[in-house]
Design a protein around this ligand. Structure first.
Ligand SMILES: C[S@@+](CC[C@H](N)C(=O)[O-])C[C@H]1O[C@@H](n2cnc3c(N)ncnc32)[C@H](O)[C@@H]1O
Length: 217
């Protein structure tokens, strides 16, 4: 069954023609996007063929003719919307670095790493415009979705750390995530023995407190 996270992510495919889901695993995102008429057609790609066998079984179950491709990264495609979700930020960066050129008709990318959003945004800076961001809470986990278009925005360090759109929208989910991150950092800071790391974590705590404080000013 499709997760709340993937359902929320699928919203960002609405109105596009062809979705490419990179690292599609069991193909749940393309199935949901097509069955809800968000996109006209979809392709599921994955570096491993085994998940795509399962994806094909799922497509047959739903009577959908979705193409599958075994490929490391983004295969050559006419897709106008590409999703790369549920993997590490470093892997997403590698995929974009090595294979983004294979997408000739790309209009938007939907990115949702499992971690290291700051590192991903640092990579995106000056290459993409961040057009939307959202924090999704699913089964007590917090996930950020970053929707981008090619462009050359120049974000501040604060925007890269928190997300330029999230800083503006300040959704309840975003504030909840900040409170959770803050309590995690406060719990670990005293036990950190490396001086540089301790300074870094203290700076993060101050930055988060400053953003949270804006609600009470
Ligand atoms: C945890 S699953 C995520 C599935 C789905 N995208 C989601 O968000 O739930 C990660 C998938 O990415 C695939 N993957 C890992 N590295 C990849 C790469 N370089 N290119 C394409 N797919 C990759 C894995 O085989 C796996 O099926």
């Amino acid at each position: 069954m499709i997760s709340k996270r993937l359902k929320e992510i699928s919203k960002y495919t609405k109105g596009y023609n062809l979705l490419l889901d990179v690292g599609s695993d069991h193909g749940l995102l393309p199935i949901y996007a097509i069955n809800n008429d968000y996109v006209k057609d979809a392709i599921a790609s994955d570096i491993n063929y085994k998940p795509l066998i399962k994806a094909k079984e799922n497509f047959t179950k739903y009577n959908l003719d979705i193409k599958t491709i075994v490929f490391d990264g983004i295969p050559e495609t006419d897709a106008d919307i590409i999703a790369i979700c549920g993997m590490g930020a470093e892997l997403i960066i590698q995929i974009l670095e090595k294979t983004l050129n294979n997408a000739k008709n790309l209009k938007r990318l939907i990115l949702s790493p499992n971690n290291d959003y700051y590192i991903l945004r640092q990579y995106l800076n000056n290459k993409f415009n961040i057009v939307w961001e959202e924090v999704i809470i699913d089964r007590n986990h917090y996930y950020e979705v970053i929707v981008v278009e090619l462009g050359n925005s120049n974000y501040s360090d604060k925007e890269l750390y928190f997300g330029p759109i999230l800083l503006k929208t300040r959704t309840k989910e975003f504030i909840d995530k900040l409170n959770k991150d803050l309590s995690t950092l406060k719990n670990i800071v005293d036990g950190i023995t490396n001086d540089n790391k301790k300074i870094e974590v203290k700076k993060e705590i101050e930055m988060i407190e400053e953003v949270l404080c804006q609600d009470t000013l």
